[in-house]
Design a protein. Sequence first.
Length: 90
Amino acid sequence: METGSVVKSLSGRDKGILYLVVSKTETKVFLVDGKVRKIARPKVKNVKHVADTGETLVRAAEKILSGAPYGNERLKKQLNAVSRKINRRE
C-alpha cells in the first residue's frame, strides 16, 4: 500500500468505503474520498484498519500532493469507477 493506492475501510463507521491514500507513515494512512473526506481534510486511519484493493490512482495522488488543482468531484467519479470495477470482479 503506497501513495495513490485505493483502499477499503475495514472498521469504524466508514466500513466498506473506498478511499485514496494521499500520504502514509509506518502506522497511519491519510485518506480522501471526495465526498465526506475532502482533499483539504484527509482522514487519518490506522494501517491495519484498511485493505488494499490492488487498484491505484497514482496521478490523482501526485496532483493532490503537489497542490495542483484537483477537484473533489473528479476524485469522487474516479473512485466510483474503481468501485464498479471491483464489484464486477467479486
